[in-house]
Design a protein around this ligand. Structure first.
Ligand SMILES: Cc1cc2nc3c(=O)[nH]c(=O)nc-3n(C[C@H](O)[C@H](O)[C@H](O)COP(=O)(O)OP(=O)(O)OC[C@H]3O[C@@H](n4cnc5c(N)ncnc54)[C@H](O)[C@@H]3O)c2cc1C
Length: 452
Protein backbone atom coordinates (compact mmCIF):
# COMPACT_ATOMS: atom_id res chain seq x y z
CA UNK A 1 0.00 0.00 0.00
CA UNK A 2 2.73 2.38 0.98
CA UNK A 3 4.75 1.73 -2.22
CA UNK A 4 1.61 2.14 -4.35
CA UNK A 5 0.70 5.41 -2.59
CA UNK A 6 4.18 6.88 -3.17
CA UNK A 7 4.24 5.88 -6.85
CA UNK A 8 0.62 6.87 -7.56
CA UNK A 9 0.97 10.26 -5.80
CA UNK A 10 3.88 10.97 -8.14
CA UNK A 11 1.58 10.21 -11.08
CA UNK A 12 2.63 6.64 -11.94
CA UNK A 13 -0.27 4.35 -12.99
CA UNK A 14 -0.17 1.59 -10.38
CA UNK A 15 -1.83 -1.79 -9.93
CA UNK A 16 -1.94 -3.81 -6.70
CA UNK A 17 -2.48 -7.57 -6.85
CA UNK A 18 -3.46 -8.99 -3.47
CA UNK A 19 -4.95 -12.33 -2.52
CA UNK A 20 -6.82 -10.79 0.41
CA UNK A 21 -10.39 -9.59 -0.17
CA UNK A 22 -9.61 -6.13 1.27
CA UNK A 23 -6.49 -3.96 1.40
CA UNK A 24 -4.44 -3.88 4.60
CA UNK A 25 -2.09 -6.87 4.48
CA UNK A 26 -1.63 -8.84 7.69
CA UNK A 27 -1.52 -6.09 10.25
CA UNK A 28 -4.42 -3.97 8.98
CA UNK A 29 -6.42 -6.96 7.74
CA UNK A 30 -10.06 -5.86 7.46
CA UNK A 31 -13.01 -7.93 8.63
CA UNK A 32 -15.72 -8.93 6.14
CA UNK A 33 -18.28 -6.15 5.50
CA UNK A 34 -21.00 -8.01 7.47
CA UNK A 35 -18.83 -7.90 10.61
CA UNK A 36 -18.06 -4.18 10.44
CA UNK A 37 -19.84 -1.57 12.56
CA UNK A 38 -18.97 1.59 14.49
CA UNK A 39 -17.67 -0.57 17.34
CA UNK A 40 -15.83 -2.84 14.88
CA UNK A 41 -14.26 -0.53 12.28
CA UNK A 42 -12.10 -1.78 9.38
CA UNK A 43 -9.05 -1.47 11.66
CA UNK A 44 -8.67 -0.23 15.23
CA UNK A 45 -5.15 1.04 14.57
CA UNK A 46 -4.86 4.81 14.06
CA UNK A 47 -1.82 4.22 11.85
CA UNK A 48 -3.78 1.70 9.79
CA UNK A 49 -6.77 4.04 9.44
CA UNK A 50 -4.48 6.83 8.18
CA UNK A 51 -2.86 4.51 5.63
CA UNK A 52 -6.21 3.17 4.44
CA UNK A 53 -7.56 6.74 4.10
CA UNK A 54 -4.54 7.86 2.01
CA UNK A 55 -4.96 4.75 -0.08
CA UNK A 56 -8.70 5.29 -0.60
CA UNK A 57 -8.06 8.90 -1.69
CA UNK A 58 -6.03 7.55 -4.64
CA UNK A 59 -8.81 5.24 -5.79
CA UNK A 60 -8.81 6.52 -9.36
CA UNK A 61 -5.05 6.17 -9.67
CA UNK A 62 -4.46 2.75 -8.10
CA UNK A 63 -6.06 -0.24 -9.75
CA UNK A 64 -6.81 -2.78 -7.07
CA UNK A 65 -7.05 -6.49 -7.91
CA UNK A 66 -8.26 -8.20 -4.73
CA UNK A 67 -8.82 -11.94 -4.28
CA UNK A 68 -6.14 -12.30 -6.96
CA UNK A 69 -3.17 -14.61 -6.43
CA UNK A 70 0.11 -14.41 -8.29
CA UNK A 71 1.14 -18.02 -8.84
CA UNK A 72 3.97 -17.54 -11.29
CA UNK A 73 6.48 -14.94 -12.38
CA UNK A 74 8.07 -15.32 -15.81
CA UNK A 75 10.82 -13.43 -17.67
CA UNK A 76 10.33 -9.71 -18.23
CA UNK A 77 8.03 -9.44 -15.20
CA UNK A 78 5.11 -11.40 -16.62
CA UNK A 79 2.79 -12.32 -13.73
CA UNK A 80 0.43 -15.30 -13.82
CA UNK A 81 -2.62 -14.47 -11.73
CA UNK A 82 -5.58 -16.58 -10.72
CA UNK A 83 -8.84 -14.86 -9.84
CA UNK A 84 -12.59 -15.20 -10.39
CA UNK A 85 -12.24 -18.92 -11.12
CA UNK A 86 -9.86 -18.33 -14.03
CA UNK A 87 -6.45 -16.91 -14.71
CA UNK A 88 -4.65 -14.24 -16.66
CA UNK A 89 -1.19 -12.80 -17.33
CA UNK A 90 -0.14 -9.22 -16.61
CA UNK A 91 3.11 -7.70 -17.84
CA UNK A 92 4.54 -5.21 -15.39
CA UNK A 93 6.96 -2.55 -16.59
CA UNK A 94 8.16 -2.23 -13.03
CA UNK A 95 7.42 -4.61 -10.19
CA UNK A 96 7.49 -4.15 -6.40
CA UNK A 97 7.28 -7.43 -4.52
CA UNK A 98 5.73 -6.90 -1.07
CA UNK A 99 4.65 -10.43 -0.25
CA UNK A 100 5.05 -10.28 3.55
CA UNK A 101 5.96 -13.18 5.79
CA UNK A 102 4.54 -16.28 7.45
CA UNK A 103 5.03 -17.75 10.90
CA UNK A 104 7.77 -20.24 11.76
CA UNK A 105 6.74 -23.36 13.67
CA UNK A 106 9.42 -26.01 14.20
CA UNK A 107 7.93 -29.52 14.31
CA UNK A 108 7.48 -31.08 17.76
CA UNK A 109 5.48 -34.12 18.92
CA UNK A 110 1.76 -33.38 18.65
CA UNK A 111 2.07 -30.19 16.59
CA UNK A 112 -0.39 -31.54 13.99
CA UNK A 113 -3.19 -32.09 16.54
CA UNK A 114 -6.40 -30.08 16.08
CA UNK A 115 -6.19 -27.25 18.61
CA UNK A 116 -2.57 -26.40 17.77
CA UNK A 117 -2.27 -23.31 15.56
CA UNK A 118 -0.12 -20.24 15.02
CA UNK A 119 -0.57 -17.02 17.03
CA UNK A 120 -1.30 -15.20 13.74
CA UNK A 121 -4.01 -17.72 12.91
CA UNK A 122 -5.63 -17.25 16.33
CA UNK A 123 -5.32 -13.48 15.96
CA UNK A 124 -7.11 -13.51 12.59
CA UNK A 125 -9.88 -15.70 14.03
CA UNK A 126 -10.44 -13.46 17.05
CA UNK A 127 -9.73 -9.98 15.64
CA UNK A 128 -10.98 -10.28 12.07
CA UNK A 129 -13.56 -13.05 12.10
CA UNK A 130 -14.77 -12.63 15.74
CA UNK A 131 -14.43 -16.35 16.37
CA UNK A 132 -12.69 -17.53 19.54
CA UNK A 133 -9.95 -20.10 18.78
CA UNK A 134 -10.61 -21.94 22.07
CA UNK A 135 -11.54 -21.57 25.74
CA UNK A 136 -8.20 -22.15 27.52
CA UNK A 137 -5.24 -21.01 25.42
CA UNK A 138 -1.47 -21.23 25.88
CA UNK A 139 0.88 -19.22 23.65
CA UNK A 140 4.44 -20.35 22.98
CA UNK A 141 7.44 -19.31 20.93
CA UNK A 142 9.32 -16.07 21.00
CA UNK A 143 9.00 -12.34 20.43
CA UNK A 144 6.60 -9.51 21.22
CA UNK A 145 3.93 -10.79 18.82
CA UNK A 146 3.01 -13.37 21.49
CA UNK A 147 2.21 -10.55 23.92
CA UNK A 148 0.05 -8.77 21.31
CA UNK A 149 -1.94 -11.93 20.54
CA UNK A 150 -2.27 -12.93 24.23
CA UNK A 151 -3.85 -9.58 25.06
CA UNK A 152 -6.14 -9.51 22.07
CA UNK A 153 -7.35 -13.05 22.90
CA UNK A 154 -7.83 -12.16 26.56
CA UNK A 155 -9.83 -9.06 25.58
CA UNK A 156 -11.98 -11.22 23.32
CA UNK A 157 -12.90 -13.37 26.33
CA UNK A 158 -10.46 -16.28 26.04
CA UNK A 159 -8.79 -17.61 29.18
CA UNK A 160 -5.07 -17.15 28.38
CA UNK A 161 -3.23 -19.43 30.81
CA UNK A 162 0.27 -18.23 29.98
CA UNK A 163 2.99 -17.33 27.51
CA UNK A 164 5.94 -19.70 27.01
CA UNK A 165 8.86 -17.54 25.84
CA UNK A 166 12.14 -19.19 24.80
CA UNK A 167 14.17 -16.01 25.36
CA UNK A 168 15.60 -15.17 28.78
CA UNK A 169 15.00 -12.07 30.92
CA UNK A 170 18.73 -11.27 31.07
CA UNK A 171 18.89 -11.09 27.28
CA UNK A 172 16.15 -8.44 27.31
CA UNK A 173 18.29 -6.38 29.65
CA UNK A 174 21.29 -6.74 27.33
CA UNK A 175 19.18 -5.68 24.34
CA UNK A 176 17.93 -2.60 26.20
CA UNK A 177 20.28 -0.01 24.56
CA UNK A 178 19.11 -1.07 21.08
CA UNK A 179 15.46 -1.24 22.16
CA UNK A 180 15.65 2.30 23.52
CA UNK A 181 16.38 3.58 19.98
CA UNK A 182 12.57 3.58 19.58
CA UNK A 183 11.24 4.75 22.96
CA UNK A 184 7.63 4.70 21.71
CA UNK A 185 7.76 1.06 20.68
CA UNK A 186 9.73 0.12 23.79
CA UNK A 187 7.07 1.72 26.01
CA UNK A 188 4.33 -0.02 24.05
CA UNK A 189 6.03 -3.35 24.82
CA UNK A 190 6.23 -2.41 28.51
CA UNK A 191 2.52 -1.48 28.48
CA UNK A 192 1.70 -4.90 27.04
CA UNK A 193 3.69 -6.60 29.82
CA UNK A 194 1.94 -4.49 32.46
CA UNK A 195 -1.49 -5.31 31.07
CA UNK A 196 -0.66 -9.02 31.02
CA UNK A 197 0.42 -8.77 34.65
CA UNK A 198 -2.80 -6.98 35.58
CA UNK A 199 -4.79 -9.75 33.96
CA UNK A 200 -2.72 -12.36 35.81
CA UNK A 201 -1.28 -13.92 32.62
CA UNK A 202 2.16 -15.37 33.49
CA UNK A 203 5.15 -15.28 31.09
CA UNK A 204 7.40 -18.36 31.51
CA UNK A 205 10.78 -17.22 30.18
CA UNK A 206 13.46 -19.69 29.06
CA UNK A 207 10.80 -22.32 28.42
CA UNK A 208 9.76 -24.18 25.27
CA UNK A 209 6.85 -26.45 24.39
CA UNK A 210 8.14 -30.01 23.98
CA UNK A 211 4.91 -31.87 23.32
CA UNK A 212 1.21 -31.38 22.60
CA UNK A 213 -0.93 -34.30 23.78
CA UNK A 214 -4.47 -35.46 23.06
CA UNK A 215 -6.37 -38.12 21.16
CA UNK A 216 -8.62 -36.54 18.56
CA UNK A 217 -7.75 -33.02 19.72
CA UNK A 218 -5.41 -31.13 22.04
CA UNK A 219 -5.82 -31.92 25.73
CA UNK A 220 -2.56 -30.85 27.38
CA UNK A 221 0.82 -29.34 26.63
CA UNK A 222 4.20 -30.30 28.08
CA UNK A 223 6.62 -27.42 28.59
CA UNK A 224 10.24 -27.58 29.74
CA UNK A 225 12.90 -25.17 30.91
CA UNK A 226 15.54 -24.59 28.23
CA UNK A 227 19.10 -23.31 28.06
CA UNK A 228 20.40 -20.33 26.07
CA UNK A 229 20.38 -22.52 22.91
CA UNK A 230 16.71 -23.28 23.60
CA UNK A 231 17.60 -26.91 24.27
CA UNK A 232 14.92 -28.26 26.65
CA UNK A 233 15.88 -29.88 29.95
CA UNK A 234 13.83 -33.12 30.19
CA UNK A 235 14.16 -33.12 34.00
CA UNK A 236 12.38 -29.76 34.28
CA UNK A 237 9.06 -30.40 32.60
CA UNK A 238 5.48 -29.66 33.56
CA UNK A 239 2.09 -30.24 32.01
CA UNK A 240 -0.61 -27.62 31.41
CA UNK A 241 -4.20 -28.49 30.49
CA UNK A 242 -5.49 -26.40 27.57
CA UNK A 243 -7.71 -26.81 24.52
CA UNK A 244 -5.68 -24.49 22.28
CA UNK A 245 -1.95 -23.96 21.79
CA UNK A 246 -0.61 -21.14 19.62
CA UNK A 247 3.03 -21.64 18.59
CA UNK A 248 5.18 -19.21 16.62
CA UNK A 249 8.93 -18.63 16.63
CA UNK A 250 8.93 -15.44 14.60
CA UNK A 251 8.36 -15.01 10.86
CA UNK A 252 9.85 -16.15 7.57
CA UNK A 253 9.90 -13.90 4.48
CA UNK A 254 7.81 -15.08 1.53
CA UNK A 255 10.47 -15.16 -1.15
CA UNK A 256 9.02 -17.45 -3.82
CA UNK A 257 8.30 -14.66 -6.32
CA UNK A 258 11.70 -13.04 -5.73
CA UNK A 259 13.33 -16.42 -6.38
CA UNK A 260 11.25 -16.89 -9.52
CA UNK A 261 12.27 -13.43 -10.70
CA UNK A 262 15.89 -14.61 -10.41
CA UNK A 263 16.85 -12.17 -7.63
CA UNK A 264 20.18 -12.82 -5.95
CA UNK A 265 19.55 -13.96 -2.39
CA UNK A 266 21.45 -13.82 0.88
CA UNK A 267 20.99 -15.63 4.18
CA UNK A 268 20.14 -13.29 7.06
CA UNK A 269 18.97 -15.36 10.05
CA UNK A 270 18.15 -12.24 12.05
CA UNK A 271 15.68 -11.15 9.32
CA UNK A 272 13.98 -14.55 9.04
CA UNK A 273 16.27 -16.48 6.66
CA UNK A 274 16.79 -16.12 2.90
CA UNK A 275 16.08 -12.63 1.55
CA UNK A 276 16.71 -10.83 -1.75
CA UNK A 277 19.81 -8.65 -2.01
CA UNK A 278 18.69 -5.02 -2.40
CA UNK A 279 20.37 -1.64 -2.73
CA UNK A 280 19.42 1.37 -0.61
CA UNK A 281 16.46 2.09 -2.94
CA UNK A 282 15.18 -1.48 -2.44
CA UNK A 283 16.02 -2.46 -6.03
CA UNK A 284 16.87 -6.14 -6.34
CA UNK A 285 19.60 -7.46 -8.62
CA UNK A 286 16.96 -8.01 -11.35
CA UNK A 287 16.22 -5.07 -13.58
CA UNK A 288 13.05 -3.13 -12.61
CA UNK A 289 12.19 -5.39 -9.67
CA UNK A 290 12.03 -3.95 -6.14
CA UNK A 291 11.30 -5.72 -2.84
CA UNK A 292 9.83 -4.04 0.26
CA UNK A 293 8.46 -5.02 3.64
CA UNK A 294 8.65 -8.34 5.45
CA UNK A 295 9.14 -10.21 2.16
CA UNK A 296 12.57 -8.58 1.97
CA UNK A 297 13.45 -9.34 5.62
CA UNK A 298 11.13 -9.47 8.60
CA UNK A 299 11.23 -6.16 10.46
CA UNK A 300 7.61 -5.35 11.30
CA UNK A 301 4.84 -3.15 10.01
CA UNK A 302 6.40 0.30 10.54
CA UNK A 303 9.61 -0.68 8.74
CA UNK A 304 7.53 -2.25 5.95
CA UNK A 305 5.67 1.03 5.49
CA UNK A 306 8.86 3.10 5.30
CA UNK A 307 10.54 0.63 2.94
CA UNK A 308 7.43 0.59 0.74
CA UNK A 309 7.50 4.36 0.47
CA UNK A 310 11.21 4.32 -0.43
CA UNK A 311 10.62 1.67 -3.09
CA UNK A 312 7.58 3.55 -4.48
CA UNK A 313 9.60 6.79 -4.72
CA UNK A 314 12.42 4.96 -6.47
CA UNK A 315 9.94 3.47 -8.97
CA UNK A 316 8.53 6.96 -9.60
CA UNK A 317 12.04 8.30 -10.24
CA UNK A 318 12.84 5.42 -12.60
CA UNK A 319 9.70 6.30 -14.63
CA UNK A 320 10.74 9.95 -14.83
CA UNK A 321 7.80 11.02 -12.62
CA UNK A 322 10.20 12.32 -9.95
CA UNK A 323 13.54 14.06 -10.43
CA UNK A 324 16.71 12.61 -8.90
CA UNK A 325 16.99 15.72 -6.68
CA UNK A 326 13.38 15.34 -5.46
CA UNK A 327 13.98 11.65 -4.79
CA UNK A 328 17.05 12.45 -2.64
CA UNK A 329 15.15 15.14 -0.74
CA UNK A 330 12.21 12.82 -0.01
CA UNK A 331 14.46 9.89 0.87
CA UNK A 332 16.51 11.64 3.56
CA UNK A 333 13.98 11.71 6.44
CA UNK A 334 12.77 8.21 5.54
CA UNK A 335 16.29 6.79 5.71
CA UNK A 336 16.85 8.48 9.09
CA UNK A 337 13.62 6.90 10.37
CA UNK A 338 14.64 3.52 8.98
CA UNK A 339 18.02 3.66 10.65
CA UNK A 340 16.46 4.21 14.09
CA UNK A 341 13.84 1.51 13.49
CA UNK A 342 16.54 -0.91 12.38
CA UNK A 343 18.55 -0.31 15.52
CA UNK A 344 15.47 -1.19 17.56
CA UNK A 345 14.83 -4.27 15.42
CA UNK A 346 18.42 -5.46 15.77
CA UNK A 347 17.80 -5.62 19.54
CA UNK A 348 14.63 -7.68 19.02
CA UNK A 349 16.25 -9.87 16.36
CA UNK A 350 19.12 -10.83 18.65
CA UNK A 351 16.53 -12.03 21.16
CA UNK A 352 14.23 -13.82 18.77
CA UNK A 353 16.28 -15.50 16.00
CA UNK A 354 15.52 -19.27 16.36
CA UNK A 355 18.26 -21.28 18.10
CA UNK A 356 19.55 -24.85 17.52
CA UNK A 357 17.60 -26.46 20.39
CA UNK A 358 14.39 -26.17 18.33
CA UNK A 359 15.80 -28.54 15.69
CA UNK A 360 15.85 -31.35 18.24
CA UNK A 361 12.23 -31.08 19.38
CA UNK A 362 10.89 -33.49 16.71
CA UNK A 363 11.10 -37.20 17.57
CA UNK A 364 11.85 -39.90 14.98
CA UNK A 365 8.13 -40.44 14.33
CA UNK A 366 7.12 -36.75 14.37
CA UNK A 367 5.61 -35.52 11.10
CA UNK A 368 7.99 -32.95 9.61
CA UNK A 369 6.44 -32.33 6.16
CA UNK A 370 2.72 -32.03 6.85
CA UNK A 371 1.56 -32.03 3.22
CA UNK A 372 3.33 -35.30 2.36
CA UNK A 373 3.12 -36.70 5.93
CA UNK A 374 6.84 -37.42 6.17
CA UNK A 375 8.35 -38.15 9.57
CA UNK A 376 11.72 -36.90 10.80
CA UNK A 377 13.04 -40.45 10.44
CA UNK A 378 12.04 -40.62 6.76
CA UNK A 379 13.53 -37.21 6.05
CA UNK A 380 16.78 -38.14 7.81
CA UNK A 381 17.06 -41.29 5.68
CA UNK A 382 16.81 -39.04 2.63
CA UNK A 383 19.48 -36.70 4.03
CA UNK A 384 21.82 -39.61 4.74
CA UNK A 385 21.31 -40.86 1.18
CA UNK A 386 22.53 -37.52 -0.19
CA UNK A 387 19.45 -35.27 -0.10
CA UNK A 388 21.23 -32.27 1.34
CA UNK A 389 19.52 -29.58 -0.72
CA UNK A 390 15.83 -29.08 -1.29
CA UNK A 391 15.73 -30.12 -4.93
CA UNK A 392 17.42 -33.48 -4.24
CA UNK A 393 15.51 -34.19 -1.04
CA UNK A 394 12.27 -33.36 -2.86
CA UNK A 395 12.97 -35.94 -5.55
CA UNK A 396 14.03 -38.55 -3.00
CA UNK A 397 11.24 -38.13 -0.45
CA UNK A 398 8.47 -35.89 -1.93
CA UNK A 399 9.22 -33.37 0.83
CA UNK A 400 7.89 -29.96 -0.21
CA UNK A 401 5.84 -31.35 -3.10
CA UNK A 402 2.47 -30.74 -1.41
CA UNK A 403 0.15 -27.78 -1.20
CA UNK A 404 2.60 -25.53 0.66
CA UNK A 405 5.46 -26.33 -1.75
CA UNK A 406 7.93 -26.50 1.15
CA UNK A 407 7.07 -23.12 2.70
CA UNK A 408 6.21 -24.71 6.05
CA UNK A 409 8.72 -27.57 6.27
CA UNK A 410 11.82 -26.27 4.49
CA UNK A 411 12.96 -23.75 7.16
CA UNK A 412 13.10 -26.52 9.79
CA UNK A 413 14.38 -29.24 7.43
CA UNK A 414 17.19 -26.93 6.27
CA UNK A 415 18.19 -26.63 9.93
CA UNK A 416 17.96 -30.40 10.30
CA UNK A 417 20.27 -30.89 7.29
CA UNK A 418 22.75 -28.38 8.74
CA UNK A 419 22.62 -30.22 12.06
CA UNK A 420 23.07 -33.71 10.49
CA UNK A 421 25.80 -32.76 8.00
CA UNK A 422 27.70 -30.16 10.04
CA UNK A 423 27.14 -27.69 7.20
CA UNK A 424 26.39 -24.06 7.80
CA UNK A 425 22.66 -23.49 7.26
CA UNK A 426 23.47 -20.87 4.59
CA UNK A 427 25.15 -23.65 2.55
CA UNK A 428 21.94 -25.71 2.57
CA UNK A 429 20.26 -23.10 0.40
CA UNK A 430 16.77 -21.63 0.07
CA UNK A 431 13.49 -23.25 -0.89
CA UNK A 432 13.33 -24.44 -4.51
CA UNK A 433 10.37 -23.01 -6.42
CA UNK A 434 8.49 -23.48 -9.64
CA UNK A 435 5.03 -22.43 -10.74
CA UNK A 436 2.41 -22.69 -9.42
CA UNK A 437 3.64 -21.44 -6.02
CA UNK A 438 0.14 -21.81 -4.57
CA UNK A 439 -2.42 -24.52 -5.34
CA UNK A 440 -4.59 -23.80 -8.38
CA UNK A 441 -7.37 -26.10 -9.50
CA UNK A 442 -7.34 -27.65 -12.97
CA UNK A 443 -10.66 -25.94 -13.68
CA UNK A 444 -9.03 -22.54 -12.97
CA UNK A 445 -6.16 -23.37 -15.33
CA UNK A 446 -8.53 -24.67 -17.97
CA UNK A 447 -10.83 -21.64 -17.74
CA UNK A 448 -10.64 -19.13 -20.53
CA UNK A 449 -8.28 -16.33 -19.52
CA UNK A 450 -10.22 -13.78 -17.51
CA UNK A 451 -9.23 -10.28 -16.59
CA UNK A 452 -9.65 -10.15 -12.78
C1 LIG B 1 -0.48 -13.91 10.45
C2 LIG B 1 0.20 -12.61 10.83
C3 LIG B 1 -0.38 -11.77 11.78
C4 LIG B 1 0.26 -10.60 12.16
N1 LIG B 1 -0.33 -9.78 13.12
C5 LIG B 1 0.34 -8.69 13.55
C6 LIG B 1 -0.19 -7.87 14.60
O1 LIG B 1 -1.27 -8.14 15.10
N2 LIG B 1 0.53 -6.80 15.01
C7 LIG B 1 1.76 -6.49 14.46
O2 LIG B 1 2.40 -5.51 14.87
N3 LIG B 1 2.29 -7.23 13.47
C8 LIG B 1 1.61 -8.32 13.02
N4 LIG B 1 2.17 -9.10 12.05
C9 LIG B 1 3.40 -8.62 11.40
C10 LIG B 1 3.00 -7.50 10.42
O3 LIG B 1 1.76 -7.83 9.89
C11 LIG B 1 3.99 -7.33 9.31
O4 LIG B 1 5.21 -6.91 9.85
C12 LIG B 1 3.53 -6.30 8.26
O5 LIG B 1 2.19 -6.53 7.90
C13 LIG B 1 4.43 -6.39 7.04
O6 LIG B 1 3.84 -5.72 5.97
P1 LIG B 1 4.07 -6.23 4.48
O7 LIG B 1 3.35 -5.28 3.60
O8 LIG B 1 5.50 -6.47 4.25
O9 LIG B 1 3.37 -7.67 4.42
P2 LIG B 1 1.87 -8.10 4.66
O10 LIG B 1 1.14 -7.17 5.53
O11 LIG B 1 1.93 -9.53 5.06
O12 LIG B 1 1.23 -7.99 3.20
C14 LIG B 1 1.56 -8.86 2.15
C15 LIG B 1 0.34 -9.05 1.30
O13 LIG B 1 0.71 -9.71 0.11
C16 LIG B 1 -0.21 -10.75 -0.13
N5 LIG B 1 0.47 -11.77 -0.96
C17 LIG B 1 1.59 -12.47 -0.66
N6 LIG B 1 1.91 -13.29 -1.67
C18 LIG B 1 0.99 -13.09 -2.62
C19 LIG B 1 0.77 -13.65 -3.91
N7 LIG B 1 1.58 -14.59 -4.42
N8 LIG B 1 -0.30 -13.22 -4.64
C20 LIG B 1 -1.14 -12.27 -4.15
N9 LIG B 1 -0.98 -11.69 -2.94
C21 LIG B 1 0.07 -12.11 -2.19
C22 LIG B 1 -0.60 -11.23 1.25
O14 LIG B 1 -1.81 -11.94 1.25
C23 LIG B 1 -0.71 -9.90 1.99
O15 LIG B 1 -1.98 -9.32 1.81
C24 LIG B 1 1.52 -10.25 11.61
C25 LIG B 1 2.09 -11.09 10.63
C26 LIG B 1 1.44 -12.26 10.24
C27 LIG B 1 2.10 -13.16 9.20
Amino acid sequence: MSAAIAAAEAGVPTTIIDDNPFPGGQIYRQPPLQLRSDENPSTTSVRGQQLLRRFAALKGRIELLQNATVWGLFPQRALAISSNGGWTMIDAERLVLATGAYEYVPPFPGWTLPGVMTPGGAQIMAKTMHVLPGKRVLLAGTGPFLLVVALSLARAGVEVVGIIEAGGALEYLRAMPALLAEPGQFLEGMRYLLQLKRRGIPVYRRHVVVEARGDAELREVVIARCDHNWQPDASKQRTIEVDTLCVGYGFIPRIELALMAGCEMRFAPELGGWIPVVDDEFRTTVSEVWVAGDGGGVAGAIVAEVEGELAGLSVAESCGALSRAELSRRRRPLLRRLSSLRRFRSGLDRLSAPRPGLTRLARADTIVCRCEELTRDEVELGIEAGGTDMRTLKVMTRLGMGACQGRMCWPSVARLIAHRTGKDIAQVGPISVRPPIVPISLSELAAEQVVP
